[in-house]
Ligand binder design. Structure first.
Ligand SMILES: Nc1nc2c(c(=O)[nH]1)N[C@H]1C(S)=C(S)[C@@H](COP(=O)(O)OP(=O)(O)OC[C@H]3O[C@@H](n4cnc5c(=O)[nH]c(N)nc54)[C@H](O)[C@@H]3O)O[C@H]1N2
Ligand SMILES: Nc1nc2c(c(=O)[nH]1)N[C@H]1C(S)=C(S)[C@@H](COP(=O)(O)OP(=O)(O)OC[C@H]3O[C@@H](n4cnc5c(=O)[nH]c(N)nc54)[C@H](O)[C@@H]3O)O[C@H]1N2
Ligand code: SF4
Ligand SMILES: [Mo]
Length: 750
């Protein structure tokens, strides 16, 4: 570890995005001297992007928090951990006691899915809170896909992953993986992987209201009207069925509802949907034919198809198409990853489960249903503002910046300042955490061990990789799993100095008990003392990882499967351990109550009436709409304080089609006023035919002008916040996911 002044080399998983590249990091003492891609990693093969290369700058950022902060007289001042936890203990238990559990809410942001400490211990805090008011970045992201996967396959992470390394034909709707580096598809170097598809004679077709870098690397790009993917997919499915091209093959016997699809889509002929989605009927037919006649094909859809009016229905239709073409669970199609930890049904026995239930409770004010135990973050503001029983009076945010990343951020900002008490666990004092009464600092990514718990379940190849921390936890700082357990202890009434190690033992014992008492488990009925002894070298996240890896799909089962994985074997390998290509896993990976693929779940079938109504109401032309975009050097709202990532020309610009620009009197570099139901922003105009006529694009995550934050570099490159335009009242019906694309707006020259 750190200390010596000679240069040393370390390998570390990059936690910044879903690609999970392995980095080769050279250090001298406590300093990072160079970062490059790990050429010997069998999963990421040396790939790195500008953000990964900036991880040393993130580590060294003087604005990154290293000390707890307490707000005194409206200003944040440095405090000791004891003072910080004492302050929290003074308020949270009292608020919960006086006003009930639901008065204390939690919001979990995106990086919590990237850190093992959060992945393994976040649920302990949530259990202690036992609030209905749980929110996360999932409802501004992939919740529609989780709901469609849950109803179709029985697990919210049972998401079919495109087999990009073997497919002959790939459709990409609403994703720009060359820039985003992929999502719900962990795959470093998508540019290289896409190139290989074409080199082996395959074909890539992109559907996006913008001609993205991914579209430019494809064989074909179709502009599609925002929010109309469901109509397009229905037109494709209609073609397959009327032309008798559906060929589900072995999947037919595994499906419930296959025979209903033809009836459901019969109105949605290519002619009926063409104008609404902006793709000509002959093109829809040709595309359907080419998809169905490809040797193998995968339909992949991402955030543009989730953060829109018909998010869940679109997500469902994507997999209906994968089934009808026989490409689900087949090499070169879309398959279920088999992860070393946390995989659905890793041991391949029963194919039945409990399925997914939706709407087990509802939000208090708007009555929006929960999904996966969460309420839509689009209703967070109103739950804080509206008096009455169950009103949110205190909030814990963890790894999140909802003021910039959720719809109508300006309203949320006001709501946060009205809270009785707020705690944030974060590495920056930003537009959200500046409202917190107590801010608890997380660690640099290089001070934490890493195991991509969530993303090894969504990877295009099975792999496992554990990389230890490069630097010691600095004096005066604390691993985040310990912060979470301290908070859990406070909420649980143990006071500010909770017994973190005792709680950790308790968490481990629960995992152990489950493992030795579940008939499916490889260590069913084993002696718990033997298992305890075998993991005794570890504590905290390492101990939980070790038991789960060893008891997982590739584990050594604590001795009965010699050669199987253990945390020690992963730690000894500086690079990923390759666990092979994706392989068919059906029917055993299913977890629906029927044990079948539910091809026509009732809520989605019912939603087709709404889709049909939209088609009737909106046959084509209408006003201007807003979509987002990502930039290679951005990471949602939080990497704008790194100089190398914000240098050069401004990137928070409004993309406008030349014809719209001339109609609106906008010139390149001029300023435009964009207004929606909820707000107004002014942004510099960039005229480009890479955006569809009638559509403008503004990236999200900018708007760093808040003087209460501590983000010197970001404030100098503030930009404006696109979520001051997105509308918190617009949500996807099934998942409550926010509609962040296809926002009706007006544009004027300033
Ligand atoms: N209009 C529009 N809005 C969007 C999107 C869009 O496409 N369009 N995309 C949405 C998507 S996909 C997402 S995922 C959300 C993201 O929404 P959020 O997760 O709320 O926002 P981020 O900007 O990712 O903020 C991450 C926060 O985590 C902190 N952080 C980083 N690393 C650590 C760590 O190790 N520990 C701790 N404790 N904190 C850390 C950062 O300082 C930052 O405050 O934004 C969504 N918002
Ligand atoms: N560089 C960078 N990488 C990132 C992030 C980042 O902020 N910056 N964020 C990370 C996160 S949290 C996530 S979730 C992933 C997201 O990864 P992706 O899903 O690849 O996200 P985007 O690059 O925003 O691509 C979404 C595309 O959808 C298009 N779109 C908008 N509306 C519609 C529509 O109605 N229909 C269709 N078909 N397309 C539409 C947009 O024009 C855009 O090109 O990226 C991750 N990686
Ligand atoms: S692609 Fe993602 S995981 Fe890879 S280096 Fe860039 S930010 Fe890190
Ligand atoms: Mo995301």
């Amino acid at each position: 570890m750190s200390g010596s002044e000679t240069e040393s080399t370390h390998f570390h998983t990059c936690p910044l995005c879903e690609a999970c590249c392995n980095l080769e990091i050279k250090t001298r003492g406590r300093e990072v001297v160079s970062v490059r891609g790990d050429a010997d990693d069998p999963f990421s093969n040396g790939f790195i992007c500008p953000k990964g290369a900036a991880i040393g700058a993130l580590d060294a950022d003087p604005d990154r928090l290293r000390t707890p902060l307490i707000k005194r007289d409206g200003r944040h001042v440095e405090a000791t951990w004891d003072e910080a936890f004492a302050e929290i203990d003074k308020h949270l238990p009292r608020i919960a006691n006086e006003h009930g559990r639901d008065a204390v809410a939690a919001y979990l942001g995106n990086p919590s899915a990237h850190h093992v400490g959060h992945g393994l211990y976040g649920r302990v805090l949530l259990k202690a809170l036992s609030t209905h008011n749980l929110f996360s970045a999932s409802t501004v992201d992939q919740m529609p896909k989780q709901v469609s996967a849950g109803l179709m396959f029985g697990g919210s992470l049972s998401i079919p992953i495109p087999d990009v390394d073997h497919t002959d034909h790939l459709w990409i709707l609403g994703g720009n993986p060359i820039v985003s580096n992929g999502s719900l598809m962990t795959a470093p170097d998508m540019k290289g992987r896409l190139r290989k598809i074409r080199e082996r004679g395959g074909r890539i077709v992109v559907f996006d209201p913008r001609r993205t870098r991914t579209a430019e690397a494809a064989d074909e790009h179709h502009f599609i009207r925002p929010g109309r993917d469901a109509l397009f997919l229905l037109g494709v499915i209609n073609t397959l069925l009327t032309e008798e091209r559906a060929a589900p093959g072995r999947l037919a016997d595994m499906c419930n509802g296959l025979d209903r699809i033809g009836h459901l889509v019969r109105d949605f002929t290519p002619e009926a949907v063409a104008d609404a989605c902006g793709i000509a009927s002959e093109e829809i037919r040709r595309l359907a034919r080419e998809l169905s006649s490809a040797k193998s094909a995968a339909v992949y859809a991402r955030i543009g198809t989730c953060t829109q009016e018909f998010g869940t229905t679109t997500s469902w239709l994507v997999d209906v198409l994968n089934v009808l073409t026989g490409n689900l669970d087949r090499k070169g199609g879309a398959l279920f990853t088999k992860a070393a930890v946390g995989a659905t049904n890793p041991h391949g026995k029963a194919s039945k489960g409990r399925g997914m239930r939706l709407g087990r409770f509802k939000s208090r004010v708007r009555g929006l249903p929960e999904a996966c135990g969460e309420l839509p973050v689009a209703c967070l503001s109103e739950e804080i503002e509206t008096p009455g029983e169950g009103q949110i009076r205190a909030l814990i945010t963890v790894c999140g910046n909802p003021v910039l990343s959720t719809p109508n951020g300006a309203r949320l900002k006001k709501a946060l300042s009205s809270l009785e008490f707020m705690v944030s666990v974060d590495i920056y004092l930003n537009e959200t955490t500046r409202h917190a009464d107590v801010v608890l600092p997380g660690l640099s990514p290089l001070e934490q061990p890493h195991y991509p718990l969530a993303f090894t379940q969504l990877a295009v190849r099975n792999f496992a990789r554990f990389t230890p921390a490069i630097f010691d936890v600095p004096d005066g700082q604390m691993p985040e799993w310990r912060i979470l357990l301290r908070l859990a202890a406070i909420v649980g009434g143990q006071g500010p100095n909770g017994d973190v190690d005792g709680l950790d033992d308790f968490v481990f014992e629960q995992v152990l008990q489950k493992a030795v008492t579940s008939p499916d488990s490889p260590i069913f009925e084993r002696d718990p003392d033997d298992i305890r002894r075998q993991v005794s070298r570890y504590r905290g996240p390492e101990r939980l990882l070790d038991i789960q890896i060893r008891n997982g799909a590739y584990g050594d089962a604590f001795g009965t499967k010699p050669g199987g994985l253990t945390l020690a074997t992963l730690a000894a390998s500086e690079h990923a351990i390759d666990l092979g290509p994706l392989e068919p896993r059906l029917p055993v990976a299913l977890r629906t109550a029927s044990g079948k693929i539910e091809l026509a779940p009732e809520p989605f079938v019912a939603d087709l009436a709404r889709v049909r109504a939209r088609l009737a109401a909106d046959p084509g032309e209408d006003g201007m709409v807003l979509v987002g975009r990502r930039d290679l050097r951005s990471n949602n709202s939080w990497m704008h304080n790194i100089p190398s990532l914000v240098s050069g020309r401004a990137r928070c610009t409004l993309h406008v089609h030349p014809e719209d620009a001339s109609r609106l009197g906008l010139s390149d570099g001029s300023s435009a006023r964009v207004s929606s139901r909820v707000g107004v922003v002014e942004a510099p105009v960039e005229i480009t035919d890479a955006v569809m006529r009638g559509v403008v694009s503004l990236p999200h995550g900018w708007g760093h002008s808040d003087t209460g934050s501590r983000l010197g570099v970001a404030r100098a490159n503030a930009g404006v916040c696109s979520n001051d335009l997105t509308d918190e009242n617009e949500v996807d019906a099934h998942s409550g996911n926010a509609v962040l694309n296809g926002i009706p707006i007006q544009v004027q020259a300033v």
